[in-house]
Design a protein around this ligand. Structure first.
Ligand code: SF4
Length: 224
């Protein structure tokens, strides 16, 4: 079967390789957040989203328990996505400044967004074997992104995970240090840039703000 985004997404959604993560998801579905208690949670692995012909790939570590795992779309329906999309919209990478649910009309321009691990792990900490299992999907997404020029890793853990991925699949052995805004070279002419995660903690402590993040997004758009 020829690989395309549709059949890749089907295999992601139906994957049940990591039993610990499946058990954890069951717990989330049993203990919904109060404000979402009447909602049906998606409760399955999360696929990537956006323009597969885009040159920019945004990568988070994993979907959020009550964000992506609830809504069924990566970076959707939580505080991190609220902040992220304000910046993506200002940089003209998204057509709207919110990402609330799968039918909200959101589109990305020249960009795709995914998580290196497609299922939410306990305490946001995947085990190595879970990452290795899921890299198989991440690798296929990268393969399908034929025009990929730049990977924006959202947070240090996502940044280190991208390096781990390139180590495994491309025998890449450079050690790069996560620094917000610094651009590094990866194999096949792809660049990697670290970007603070758009989490409430980073926003509330002032580590990141809309101007800083938007300016970085505008800068990466210029990369060819
Ligand atoms: S994390 Fe990835 S490999 Fe593991 S169950 Fe979820 S989709 Fe499958």
């Amino acid at each position: 079967m020829t690989l395309n985004l549709n059949n890749l997404n089907k295999s992601i959604i139906n994957c049940n390789k990591c039993s610990r993560l499946i058990e954890f998801r069951k717990k989330i579905l049993k203990n919904k957040r109060k404000q979402f208690k009447d909602e049906k949670y998606w409760g399955r692995p999360i696929t990537g989203f956006g323009d597969i012909n885009g040159k920019i790939l945004f990568v988070g570590l994993a979907p959020a328990a009550h964000g992506g795992t609830r809504t069924g779309r990566v970076f959707t329906g939580d505080k991190s996505s609220e902040f992220l999309y304000k910046c993506l919209f200002k940089a003209n990478i998204s057509n709207q400044n919110t990402s609330e649910h799968v039918n909200d009309g959101l589109k990305l321009n020249n960009a795709f967004i995914t998580a290196a691990l497609k299922c939410v792990p306990p305490q946001d900490k995947p085990e190595k074997k879970e990452l290795m299992n899921c890299f198989n999907f991440f690798q296929k997404e990268i393969y399908l992104l034929k025009k990929l020029k730049i990977i924006v890793a959202l947070g240090k853990v996502a940044f280190d995970t991208c390096l781990e991925f390139y180590k495994k699949y491309y025998k890449f052995d450079k050690k790069y240090k996560f620094t917000h805004g610094k651009i590094y070279n990866l194999p096949k002419g792809v660049r990697l840039v670290g970007c603070y995660h758009p989490s409430p903690r980073n926003v509330n402590t002032g580590r990141i703000n809309e101007t800083k993040m938007t300016n970085l997004f505008k800068k990466i758009k210029q990369i060819n």
